[in-house]
Design a protein around this ligand. Structure first.
Ligand code: FE2
Ligand code: FE2
Length: 456
């Protein structure tokens, strides 16, 4: 065991140092001393060893007991020459793609050299069974299977059932909660990590408001996925093979909404970004357009978002055919993604001026806004309407590809202040033509709703 200054230039070693890999494992893997690992963790910002007093030990034991999570790691590994290796790990949290990639790295496998899928099952006693399946080398199979993972349906997950409150009294009114433009997507960075375009903190706030309110409907106003690989703009190297990750993340968000609101009508309206999947196939692989699985004429085409996001299983209604895609809350209130973007003024005032007899909920500009309009009716009565945009659930700091975006030489996105705001909308309506719209800002994963601060 020794000091190994040569390792300071070894990327894999530095990744291990920054990871949660136990010190003993690093010492064995790299033949170095305990003091060397501690010093390098200090230098490279890895996890620190903390001395725990006996009193703190008792406290954390009580906390662990409260959480009812078995502190034992459950290990179940199998290795099948045909199907590949599978692993099961019990943990306090549900593992995502990043966790499994780190797990593979710790096992000495480059996660980019293999294909795999994963899932999670919540344990009724607390914690999660995390399962990694079919880890196989990324090579073309004998039977002609593809060399690279093709896009497939999102990996199903099981979420722990949370407490579902009963629906609050609303004086006979119905509630529709609105969100827009999560732009779910990823950019791969040179160090093996990913930047997310969507902001889980904002998405979690929206899920929590949905859980508390038990709305009659939830309407997602489009640009649900970003789909940069299918776009017509400049292709960044980091977009390659991120479509699957976006589908899996999108499925998780929809599953969370369905889990907290089992009875709500959930509607997803197609935006220009979501439409990219269909446009891409029409332009590049017309023969594959509308293909269904053999013998399944009633199914959605395999490359449609309805199929890839498993929308039928989640009971999510998809309104396709952007820009015509629309969903109506009542006779006068429509939900669309929107085509307009006025960078120098109010976009919502354009909708209100053009259609003063119709209420409009739209996304697309990523700007939180509400505009009211009153015009003269046939018999001299006032006709009142509004146009509202809840803002976006995407990041607003330059991570999402846009006209203002720019990349550093290492492929990561430069910080840009976009004129975008995060938020969500709430519409109370009586079904007879009266409605009360509101928009709420989300800032740093928090919103002020009904006089209460709700945090992610
Ligand atoms: Fe958008
Ligand atoms: Fe859009």
């Amino acid at each position: 065991m020794a000091s190994r200054p040569d390792l300071d230039y070894n990327r894999e070693f530095i990744a291990d140092i920054k990871s949660d890999m136990p010190k003993k494992q690093i010492m064995e893997k790299w033949s170095c001393s305990s003091g060397f690992v501690v010093a390098r963790r200090e230098r490279h910002g890895g996890p620190r060893m903390v001395r725990v007093s006996p009193a703190q030990k008792v406290e954390s034991a009580i906390a662990a007991d409260d959480a009812k999570v078995e502190p034992v790691e459950f290990v179940d590994d199998s290795h099948d020459p045909e199907k590949g290796s599978s692993y099961t790990r019990m943990a306090a949290t549900a593992w995502g793609e990043d966790d499994w990639r780190e797990f593979l790295r710790q096992k000495g496998t480059d996660p980019d050299s293999v294909v795999f899928n994963f899932g999670v099952t919540s344990n009724p006693g607390g914690g999660y069974w995390n399962k990694l399946n079919n880890v196989r080398p990324k090579t073309a199979g004998k039977d002609g299977t593809p060399a690279w993972p093709v896009i497939r349906q999102a990996t199903p997950i099981l979420l722990a059932v949370q407490e579902i409150p009963s629906r609050p009294a609303r004086d006979g009114l119905s509630l529709s909660l609105k969100c827009a433009d999560p732009q779910i997507g990823f950019r791969a960075l040179s160090d093996g990590t990913y930047e997310e375009f969507h902001d889980w903190r904002a998405m979690d706030v929206f899920v929590e408001v949905c859980r508390l309110e038990q709305p009659e409907s939830i309407v997602i106003l489009g640009d649900f996925l970003d789909l940069p690989s299918q776009g017509k703009y400049v292709q960044e190297a980091g977009f390659a093979r991120t479509t699957q990750m976006a589908l899996d993340a999108g499925y998780i968000f929809l599953s969370m909404l369905r889990a907290v609101c089992p009875d709500a009508e959930i509607v997803l309206i197609e935006g220009n970004h979501d439409k990219r999947m269909q446009n891409f196939i029409e332009q590049n692989a017309l023969a594959a357009f509308g293909l269904r699985r053999a013998g399944m004429p009633d199914e959605w085409p395999v490359m449609s978002l309805q199929s890839l996001l498993r929308l039928d299983e989640l009971r999510v209604q998809y309104m396709d055919a952007y820009p015509a895609a629309a969903h109506w809350d009542d006779d006068t209130t429509r939900n669309i993604h929107g085509t307009r973007a006025n960078s120098k003024g109010s976009t919502m005032s354009q909708y209100a001026n053009d259609l003063p007899h119709i209420n409009t909920w739209a996304g697309h500009t990523h700007r939180t806004e509400i505009v009211y309009k009153t015009v003269l009716g046939h018999r001299g009565e006032p006709i009142e309407s509004y146009a509202a945009n809840p803002g976006c659930l995407a990041k607003t700091d330059g991570t999402v590809p846009s006209v203002h975006g720019a990349l550093h030489v290492d492929g990561s996105s430069a910080r840009v202040v976009e004129d975008w705001q995060q938020g969500f909308g709430a519409l109370l309506y009586d079904g007879k033509g009266q409605s009360w719209p509101q928009v709420y800002r989300i800032r740093e994963g928090r919103t002020l709703y009904g006089g209460k601060l709700i945090a992610a």
